[in-house]
Design a binder for this molecule. Sequence first.
Ligand SMILES: NC(=O)c1ccc[n+]([C@@H]2O[C@H](COP(=O)([O-])OP(=O)(O)OC[C@H]3O[C@@H](n4cnc5c(N)ncnc54)[C@H](OP(=O)(O)O)[C@@H]3O)[C@@H](O)[C@H]2O)c1
Length: 283
Amino acid sequence: MESVVLNNGILMPQLGFGVYQIEDANEAVNSVKVALECGYRHIDTAAAYMNERQVGQAIKESGIPREEIFVTTKLWVQDVGYENTKKAFEKSLQRLDVEYIDLYLIHQPYGDVHGSWKAMEELYKEGKIKAIGVSNFSEDRLMDLIAFNEIIPAINQIEVNAFYQHDDLHQFNKSQGVYTEAWAPFAEGRNNLFQNEILAEIGAKYNKSIAQVISRWLVQREIIVLAKSVKEERIRQNLDVFDFELSSEDMKKISELNTGESQFFDHKDPERIKNISNVTFDI
Ligand SMILES: NC(=O)c1ccc[n+]([C@@H]2O[C@H](COP(=O)([O-])OP(=O)(O)OC[C@H]3O[C@@H](n4cnc5c(N)ncnc54)[C@H](OP(=O)(O)O)[C@@H]3O)[C@@H](O)[C@H]2O)c1
């Protein structure tokens, strides 16, 4: 598995296995175990996904040493602020049943994220987190965090897929030394991604699936890719993207699929912010 080097020198596998919306407990344990067996060494969960326990169980049952697996989890909005973040972090550690987290992210750019960041800086300095970062931060929010704090986020995890390529934010992240990590790289199949003729045509040239073309396109853009699947054949397939290279012509064809619009929702929409801020989980 290829890795990237984060701004603090930490190595992070460029392909990660996402567990969002794997709600059934057995399915969550099994999928993570299969992902680890297939070769994933990077798992992306969140307190809000309600499956940190299952991720921890799968890691234990895999028999793979903890230090060989890169584990990301995230702080939900109900727990922002200095004190709450410290408590929420301890609970995530307990649920995952690990001694440290490789990457801890602020899940959404709302509420007292500065208080959270102070707490995360301290946890990082204590060695309880190997790298700290954010998710769904736009340029202005990212700069606000950078300007008023000591540690620059290692990661900004954002939506990036063929239809919402987010190159402006990716370039901004890069300019600040922040690695871009793509969530929903397949747009969860929206906009008929898996039936897209242009992507299928490109895939046929390299004998690769649409999912592999997309993952490879992100790898070549120097973006970390998170993909979710509960099917072994797809999990295996999604890892198999390091034996081909898309030509610049094919990269250009994919870039032309950009609509410039989120396939999910706009993180700057006031109604959405209001709604998300009220979403709580029994975690
Ligand atoms: N930070 C955030 O706010 C945020 C938001 C969303 C997601 N994420 C993270 O990013 C990860 C990935 O995003 P996502 O789960 O939303 O969506 P995604 O990975 O873009 O898409 C997952 C969907 O694609 C299907 N799929 C996967 N591989 C396939 C293949 N090779 N061929 C055909 N279909 C395939 C899956 O179905 P099957 O499972 O049936 O195979 C599933 O329906 C999440 O799991 C989570 O860790 C973070």
